[in-house]
Design a protein around this ligand. Structure first.
Ligand SMILES: NC(=O)c1ccc[n+]([C@@H]2O[C@H](COP(=O)([O-])OP(=O)(O)OC[C@H]3O[C@@H](n4cnc5c(N)ncnc54)[C@H](O)[C@@H]3O)[C@@H](O)[C@H]2O)c1
Length: 414
């Protein structure tokens, strides 16, 4: 039985088998730091077939309120303003990184140097060069790596992957990926780290297009060349209020008349591409669009059928089979415990699962791979595949021409 089947069938660990405690350190205790920490607790109650028990050992965050929350509400044994203390903690066996993007590289390098498996939120650095250096650091140290491309783990996305790989949709001719989010659509949305090149690195190409292309890589394989464009739609935003001393996340809102600062990275990206398989694709992402609230979505078209999925309808896969009665058109496949993992969260069919459930699946899969000393994907090598596409897109924005996807120079240097 593989992990997914076990989860679906509610498989049990061998009677009497001891579960190995595995010490977790989390660095960056904002949205995703919370999500991964909650996920560690939920693994213990949702997945009885596990052979390990995650233990929340140490949390690192410069904001005192976050550290208090980590210890008082989540049950971390300790918390520190200095992330080095998390990595050096002898009881921390696996390091989770959920800090702003431009900190990822330094944190990954330190975790790798300490010889600890490291799970880093996407994009593993704010620039393609940083992703390449992070991947090289983990490879040199021989530590397992994982990346938070959580949408891969939606059971219906995995089902679409199976359909495509099994030839059910025929030869794939074209693909449409998008991530439209309204998180930056309000001009009063504060100038958080995401809007600043020196804290977030690139804008939506790092934040959103990375997710969209990761799914395309999963479903169709590598992209070979691209041409694209980027834009900044809202160029000034209110500065976060420094009192109380919390760092605003991307849903923070200022007031009219607040002092403002300049947005230094892109709000929008569009890209046309070719896949190694011969398929063509288009991608569009925006954080400053009105209408779609969190449309992380794809449509894939083949010679025998088509499929489409969106995060806004996480529990629905739209499927068109040209072999069916012509009158049926697109049909909707509803999520349910007939798909791996779904039944771990809610029994039956049509009862929906949610965003954080995908984080539980990814964390369980990663920790299981670490404990069993098996390879894991998506790791830093998959993040690097994306970084090469991002580097080509950024070259294309400058040149105005098609650009080949190739290793970024830092890979050679590393
Ligand atoms: N996979 C996903 O769906 C998804 C969704 C959101 C964010 N993310 C990723 O997660 C990461 C964090 O994003 P977020 O939305 O949780 O951000 P956030 O702003 O909510 O949280 C970031 C946290 O990092 C802390 N921090 C800042 N400097 C630090 C330092 N030097 N040491 C330790 N902690 C520090 C902040 O105080 C804050 O608590 C980013 O890399 C982002 O790309 C992934």
């Amino acid at each position: 039985m593989n992990a997914a089947t076990e989860a679906m069938t509610g498989g049990r660990a061998e009677a009497g088998s001891a579960r190995r405690p595995i010490g977790i350190g989390v660095i960056g205790f904002g949205w995703l730091g919370h999500a991964h920490s909650r996920s560690m607790q939920r693994i213990r109650t949702l997945l009885p077939q596990r052979t390990f028990d995650p233990v929340l050992v140490a949390c690192g965050d410069p904001v005192e309120a976050q550290r208090r929350d980590a210890v008082d509400s989540f049950g971390f044994a300790r918390a520190s303003a200095d992330w080095r203390r998390v990595i050096d903690d002898p009881e921390v066996e696996v390091v989770y990184i959920a800090a702003p993007n431009m900190l990822h590289l330094e944190l990954v390098e330190a975790a790798a140097q300490a010889g600890k498996p490291v799970f880093c939120e996407k994009p593993v650095g704010g620039t393609p060069e940083q992703v390449a250096r992070a991947a090289a650091a983990a490879r040199r140290a021989g530590v397992p790596s994982g990346v938070g491309y959580n949408y891969r783990w939606a059971p219906l996305v995995q089902y679409a992957r199976e359909l495509i790989a099994g030839g059910e949709l025929g030869d794939i001719t074209n693909y449409r990926g998008r991530f439209f989010s309204m998180y930056g659509a309000d001009p009063l949305g504060v100038l958080s780290w995401r809007f600043l090149q020196d804290e977030g690195g690139y804008g939506v190409t790092s934040d959103l297009l990375s997710h969209a292309v990761d799914l395309a890589h999963l479903l169709l394989g590598p992209i070979t060349r691209v041409v694209g464009t980027t834009a900044t739609v809202i160029s000034e935003r209110p500065l976060p209020n420094p009192s109380p001393p919390t760092r605003a996340s991307h849903y923070g809102r200022g007031e009219p008349g607040d002092p403002t600062g300049a947005v230094t990275n892109e709000d929008y990206a569009g890209m046309l591409c070719e896949f190694a398989s011969g398929a063509r694709g288009t991608f569009e992402v925006s954080r400053a669009i009105i209408g779609p609230e969190s449309q992380m979505a794809f449509d894939v078209y083949g010679t025998r059928g088509a499929a489409g999925w969106s995060l806004e309808q996480l529990n629905e896969l739209r499927l068109y089979r040209a072999t069916d009665d012509r009158g049926s058109g697109y049909t909707t496949v509803l999520g349910g415990d007939r798909f791996p993992y779904h039944g771990a969260f809610v029994p039956g069919a049509g009862n929906p699962i949610g965003y954080e459930d995908l984080v539980v699946i990814e964390d369980y899969e990663f920790l299981r791979a670490v404990v069993e000393e098996r390879p894991f994907a998506p790791g830093f090598d998959e993040a690097l595949q994306w970084a090469r596409v991002q580097a080509a897109l950024l070259r294309s924005v400058r040149s105005g021409s098609w650009e080949d996807v190739m290793p970024v120079p830092e890979e050679e240097a590393a």
